[in-house]
Ligand binder design. Structure first.
Ligand code: CDP
Length: 234
């Protein structure tokens, strides 16, 4: 038996995590950014210098001790007892993560952890395949999109960089390349589920997007939850 799930998918930097965290807060649900699992595995592979030779790589991934740990805002990820923190968003991880995410063992390991998170309490989960593969029966499915330039602008602001024309152009090229890799891979590609509600956030504020999602939740009969804090999810 699982608790209600709100699935939020979409391309890179479309505002999924911020939106998901605030929606979870409004509902009293847990929030999981599933991308952190893929980033954590990518980070560990880089730290340990695992090559790309598939069998070893897959065995190594299956041997990792991954934990989802509750924080006041969201679930964070530890790997073999280490908390990678901000290193999860380092450029070397971002450059590599789409390739690592296309490996079968990586997807299987991540899927197990994401599904387990919904056993404990209501969950707002963001990612690429949450509504299509991980929770095809999610109570609410949202697909967030925004223009590549607006996504690039937001990403630069997140990183504390001024969004000059030149930097926005450069970042938009990177985001599009990752979207292409994520959408064309064989396993669980980034795709809008047929029953997902698409929201174009290009000219919307976070509050407006969260407001629309909370209305969808109310219309689908999802009630705010008041579950006790769980210390850790394995
Ligand atoms: O924050 P941003 O949208 O840039 O990316 P993220 O959510 O941190 O996800 C990083 C990468 O993990 C994506 O580019 C995908 O390659 C992968 N991912 C995935 O394959 N499936 C998911 N459910 C979530 C992320």
């Amino acid at each position: 038996m699982r608790h209600p799930v709100v699935a939020i998918d979409g391309p890179a930097a479309s505002g999924k995590s911020t939106t998901a965290r605030r929606a979870a807060n409004g509902l009293g649900f847990a929030h999981l950014n599933s991308g952190l699992l893929y980033r954590a595995i990518t980070w560990m592979a880089l730290e340990r210098g695992w090559g790309d030779s598939a069998p070893d790589f897959e065995t190594n991934v299956r041997g990792l001790d991954i934990q989802l740990v509750r924080t006041p805002g969201s679930l964070r990820v530890t790997v073999d007892g280490e908390d990678p923190g901000a290193a999860l968003h380092a450029p070397r991880v971002t450059e590599r993560v789409s390739a690592v995410s296309s490996v079968r063992a990586v997807r299987e390991v991540a899927l197990t952890h994401v599904r387990a998170a919904a056993q404990m309490r209501g969950l707002v989960c963001d990612g690429r395949d949450i509504g299509t593969k991980v929770f095809p029966d999610a109570e609410v499915k949202v697909f967030l999109v925004a223009s590549a330039r607006e996504r690039a602008r937001r990403r630069l602001l997140d990183l504390g960089e001024p969004p000059t024309e030149a930097r926005v152009d450069e970042e938009a090229v990177r985001l599009r390349a990752r979207d292409r890799a994520d959408s064309t891979r064989e396993l669980s590609p980034l795709r809008r589920a047929p029953d997902a509600v698409e929201i174009d956030t290009t000219s919307l504020t976070v509050e407006e997007v969260v407001g629309q999602i909370l209305v969808l939740c109310r219309d689908r009969g999802i009630r705010p939850e008041d579950a006790p804090e769980a210390p850790a999810l394995g």
